[in-house]
Design a protein around this ligand. Structure first.
Ligand SMILES: [Zn+2]
Length: 431
């Protein structure tokens, strides 16, 4: 190998080569926000791992000026993240209820029955497909994590352990499988090769079949300053503008869109074959118009987001510094993935938060990645009686404040970090 070749290899290893857009291949020249270096947000540590080295990766989010896809490079491979996934969708009762309502409405809308075939991509533990079984609609799940897929099979939901793309779609078609409905909920962000994934859906879809996809809406993420929902496991962030371009690249078109409150504001889009008989709902053009009015085709709009994140960091740190200077004691509530982006970006360690608490027993006795904040059971709050409780899963703040209302007894207050620092005194709220 000559010196020039070595230079090229080194450049590639350092990730400094110009990168192409995951969807359209254009050169990426614009940054949405640079949140610095962070460890993967789900790598909680045991006590014996605290003096080991941790892997940190850049959280530098880029935006494409051609298709507007907001994206991270795939620093951590999808195989590493998803082959043994610890997240079981059925743990969240509100999410299962959301899935049930969807199954019932889409069955009516598409007229699905015993002759239909529904495929869900990243079907997790069968939290969604299980609701088609009592409706008599045949289903198949595709799920890469074997441990999670097994939970689906135990519920009676047929599931294939595999990654979805053109390869698997061709294999399924050769077995005589074609779908009337393909469902992808919160999977698009985690797909490293978007074009392969969408091309696979096109292959698997019947001529009059429909695809529905749900994903957090980048418009809401930016409007509500949800920078902490950015983490390494999410490679892509979408507007409807991007989805429309993505669909048209693959002979599909957007026929309808709905706005949902889930995950801080999501979209559910309906796609069909370009030459199918489906007509396009007016909602599509309306939302595309709104996104344009909100500047989602202008790079300046994206560039202004970085300052919003920096201001949120300064405001949160200013609050914490002043509280600590007054001798106040502060703990966290929750240890979600988004909390770890926030804690690492703001460098909030045990110098500010004595500990955090979480309902998930797996996390008890462990420490948050990077900032090493100990995670305890919920009761630890009652023993410590802190002055302030910083709510990390801010999307659940109403539910948490209701459950923890009793902390008013010793004068504790809640702090919500996003979209801006807000202090909530539970004694001023009615129960
Ligand atoms: Zn692009």
């Amino acid at each position: 190998m000559n010196i020039q070749a070595i230079e090229v290899v080194r450049d590639h290893d350092m990730g400094r080569r110009p990168v192409g857009c995951r969807l359209c291949g254009s050169r990426l020249r614009h940054t949405l926000v640079d949140l610095g270096m962070s460890p993967p947000c789900e790598s909680f540590l045991r006590a014996d791992q605290l003096d080991h080295m941790e892997l940190y990766y850049p959280l530098n989010v880029l935006v494409c000026d051609t298709c507007y896809l907001v994206q991270l490079k795939e620093y951590i491979s999808a195989e590493t993240i998803f082959s043994e996934y610890a997240y079981f969708s059925s743990f969240s009762t509100s999410w299962v209820a959301h899935a049930k309502a969807y199954c019932e409405s889409v069955t009516k809308r598409l007229g699905l029955g015993a002759d239909s075939f529904v495929v869900e991509l990243a079907s997790n533990d069968g939290y969604l497909l299980q609701h088609f079984l009592p409706l008599g609609v045949p289903v198949l799940g595709v799920e890469p994590a074997a441990n999670v897929a097994q939970a689906a099979v135990d519920k009676g939901v047929p599931t294939r352990v595999d990654f979805f793309g053109v390869r698997l779609a061709l294999q399924m078609v050769s077995e005589g499988l074609r779908a009337d409905l393909i469902v992808g909920n919160n999977v698009l962000a985690q797909v490293p090769d978007l074009n392969d994934f969408v091309a696979g859906m096109k292959i698997l879809l019947k001529p009059e079949g429909v695809v529905t996809l749900e994903f957090p809406h980048i418009e809401r993420l930016m409007a509500e300053n949800q920078f902490d929902t950015i983490y390494h496991e999410h490679f892509s962030y979408f507007s409807l503008l991007t989805i429309e371009l993505m669909a048209s690249r693959h002979g599909l078109r957007v026929i309808d869109v709905e706005e949902l409150p889930t995950h801080g504001g999501s979209l559910r889009v309906y796609l069909a074959n370009e030459d199918s008989s489906w007509s396009v709902n007016d909602r599509v053009a309306k939302l595309l118009d709104r996104e344009k009015r909100h500047g989602l085709t202008e790079m300046a709009t994206y560039a202004s987001f970085g300052e919003k994140a920096q201001r949120a960091k300064r405001d949160l740190l200013a609050f914490l510094i002043s509280a600590k200077s007054e001798g106040k004691r502060i703990c966290g509530y929750g240890a979600p993935g988004k909390g770890n982006t926030l804690l690492n970006y703001c460098a909030i360690g045990t110098d500010f938060l004595d500990f955090t608490v979480d309902r998930n027993p797996y996390k008890h006795g462990r420490f948050t990645p990077g900032m090493h904040i100990p995670i305890k059971p919920i009761e630890a709050v009652d023993h410590a009686k802190p002055d302030y409780i910083l709510i990390l899963p801010w999307n659940l703040k109403d539910e948490i404040i209701k459950q923890m209302h009793h902390v008013a007894a010793w004068g504790a207050k809640f702090v919500v970090p996003i979209p801006f620092v807000a202090v909530i005194d539970p004694s001023e709220l009615s129960r």
